[in-house]
Design a protein. Structure first.
Length: 195
């Protein structure tokens, strides 16, 4: 209920920003404005993830698919860097598919590759932000990210969620990006597995 309450308030408060981003994408990249993809949710049940589009659908002269770096636009790069591309996920939270905090939802095709321990990340709803996002994000290797996800599953509490949300807000507002995972400490006094 708290997730839905905060997501609803967030959608209302951020409506001008969301509308502005949608218009900018429509003008610079055309339709569609949103990127939709099936992702595994609670107990790995698929749901449709909603994000702002950040890449073009173009191919090379020989019909080959261009690399992600070649397809990401300047606007898309800005949206990713500032995490504005994630704002539509508030709708996923309002629908009950996601939570504010939890392991980030990865691709469906990764499911068969998880060990039994790694698969435990699906024992909770996926989140808009999570432990890995405040501890290195893409700088972490897969083993470290999964270790943080499982740690979260085993140690979840409202206090943990609030600490993660505070850290997420600080990184976004300060423009610090991803912190050095070797120096990040938690406010709730429990150390995470070393990456």
């Amino acid at each position: 209920m708290l997730d839905m309450l905060f997501a609803g308030c967030g959608l209302v408060a951020l409506a001008p920003v969301i509308a502005g981003v949608a218009i900018a994408i429509r003008v610079s990249m055309g339709a569609p404005v949103f990127f939709r993809q099936q992702r595994p949710g609670l107990h790995a049940k698929p749901f449709e993830l909603l994000k702002f589009r950040s890449m073009l659908h173009e191919v090379g002269p020989n019909g080959q698919t261009l690399t992600q770096d070649q397809r990401v636009t300047r606007l898309g790069s800005f949206l990713r860097r500032t995490s504005l591309d994630e704002l539509p996920e508030l709708w996923n939270i309002l629908k009950g598919d996601m939570s504010l905090v939890g392991p980030r939802p990865l691709l469906m095709e990764y499911l068969p590759r998880y060990s039994s321990d790694q698969a435990r990340r699906h024992e909770v709803k996926p989140g808009l932000t999570g432990l890995a996002q405040i501890n290195g994000r893409h700088l972490l290797d897969w083993e470290s990210r999964f270790a943080l996800d499982v740690w979260y599953v085993d140690n979840w509490s409202l206090r943990v969620d609030l600490a993660i949300l505070r850290s997420t807000a600080k990184f976004i507002l300060d423009g610090e990006g991803s912190p050095d995972p070797t120096v990040q400490e938690y406010e709730f006094g429990v150390r995470h597995p070393e990456p």
